[in-house]
Design a protein around this ligand. Structure first.
Ligand code: SF4
Length: 448
């Protein structure tokens, strides 16, 4: 069967989509690049924000039209929205043929067989339990970066606004052996960098191996050059992790540490299990550990922020703005709070109007934009180690390659040799910067 796969949402979904594609190809199915060529359109969905669900519903409407015209035969909805809405999704949209939760992906080939035998529509929502922690399907597609490796699934925290514990189940870590085997396989295929994924990656634990223990094992893999990880939770970010960022040579100097709000009152309502002070203590300690190290090797710190959480006053919001000025993140993912039905936050009084939320969001975006611009500007004249991702897509604007520094910043590189490959590591002198991008010229080639 020819399949087309579209992914919405987070890095975890990107990884799951690679697994879906890998398992379907292993069973003789063929990926196609446009949905019009496909027999089955699969959508890997996200429920974290209302906007993501709205986009999925819009796409489903488009697929319904294609199916009614006989252009595609089946529509499958996978991932968090499938798990969360299950049968209801099917009741409301009878044209869907298959609904599949995130823990049931490995059953996809046999479910496609059932569809072919007119055994649909099918709803397959597996138990999200401890048993499915070690299943993974090797990524067999063309080499592209970033390359994600899920090391754990689910989440045991109960942030009051979040649906993840319900859609992805309790936290369960994969065995170190299983993770190392997957990464060694990727290195054999030519990958030089991996990003280890988990909802709270720093709470990873399998028997006696904690997250830093796992990082040490991955760091020892021959042929691998870079390791990144996301997402860390402040309550699990310990001193050893901060030292690992400095001392394990393959671990890149990049920490994504969501704070969500600068107000302790709102953090408590969010049930974040950390305070503003806890967060600042981690950031200050990290900067102390990196004290004396050149600008080119300072860690890049990023965060997630939610503005307009129920009950957020102007003074709570000002505390978030104040925290932004205090921490000076390299970058931030910033969102307006959106109601997620079924969460505790949805039941809270004092939901804010859209105008207030939009105004607050615009303000934090402006401030972050300015901070990112200033931080990046200081890198002009520095030489950074850049790993190439791919030739720049917009040849009119930039004829070189896109790559990333160890800090995870996008670098547009000029003067790359014609036989360059994704994964090559170059030394690049930075000549120009914006808030989001660095530009530079090759100074020298490192090892491939
Ligand atoms: S830590 Fe909180 S926000 Fe992150 S996945 Fe778990 S419950 Fe959701």
């Amino acid at each position: 069967m020819k399949f087309h796969l579209q992914t919405f949402g987070c890095q975890m979904n990107v990884y799951d989509s690679e697994s879906i594609a890998g398992i379907l190809r292993a069973y003789g199915h063929e990926t196609v690049s446009t949905v019009q060529e496909a027999d089955i359109a699969l959508i890997n969905t996200c429920s974290v924000r209302r906007g993501a669900e709205t986009r999925v519903l819009g796409q489903l409407g488009h697929l319904k039209t294609l199916k009614s015209r006989g252009i595609i035969r089946y529509i499958a909805v996978c991932g968090c929205m499938a798990q969360k809405h299950g049968e209801d999704l099917l009741k409301e949209r009878g044209y869907i043929d298959l609904i599949l939760g995130p823990a049931a992906l490995s059953r996809l080939p046999c479910l496609l067989d059932r569809l072919e035998n007119h055994d649909g529509p099918i709803v397959e929502l597996s138990q999200l339990d401890i048993e499915d922690r070690d299943d993974f399907v090797p990524n067999d597609g063309p080499i592209s970066y970033p390359c994600f490796v899920t090391i754990m699934k689910g989440c045991d925290r109960r942030c009051s606004y979040c649906v993840v514990p319900d859609t992805r189940g309790p936290e369960r870590s994969r065995s170190p052996q299983n993770v190392l085997d997957e990464i060694r396989g990727l290195v054999d295929r030519g990958y030089r960098e991996v990003t280890l994924l988990g909802q709270t990656v720093d709470s990873y634990r399998y028997d006696n191996t904690d997250f830093v223990g796992l990082l040490e094992k991955v760091n020892a893999i021959e042929g691998l050059r870079r390791i990144r990880f996301a997402t860390s939770h402040p309550a699990d970010a310990n001193e050893r992790l901060l030292f690992a960022l400095r001392d394990l040579e393959k671990v890149c100097e990049q920490l994504h540490l969501p704070v969500q709000s600068g107000s302790d009152r709102i953090l408590a309502a969010m049930r974040r299990d950390h305070t503003r002070e806890d967060y600042l203590r981690i950031i200050d300690r990290l900067r102390e550990i990196f004290d004396g190290i050149s600008a080119a090797h300072q860690p890049a710190i990023s965060t997630d922020l939610i503005v307009g959480f129920p009950g957020e006053t102007e003074s709570d919001f000002e505390e978030t703005v104040d925290l932004m000025r205090r921490v000076r993140w390299d970058s931030a993912f910033m969102f307006k709070y959106s109601i997620r039905p079924g969460t505790y936050a949805a039941t809270l009084p004092e939901h804010l109007d859209e105008e207030t939320k939009a105004r607050r969001l615009a303000r934090v975006i402006d401030l972050q934009h300015e901070t990112s611009r200033e931080i990046n500007q200081r890198l002009i004249g520095e030489t950074l180690e850049v790993m190439l991702d791919q030739p720049s897509a917009d040849k009119r604007k930039h004829s070189g390659w896109d790559g990333r520094s160890r800090q995870g910043k996008t670098v547009k590189v000029a003067g790359v040799s014609p036989d360059a490959q994704p994964g090559d590591i170059l030394c690049v002198r930075i000549t120009k910067t914006t808030s989001y991008t660095l530009f530079g010229d090759v100074v020298s080639y490192s090892v491939r």
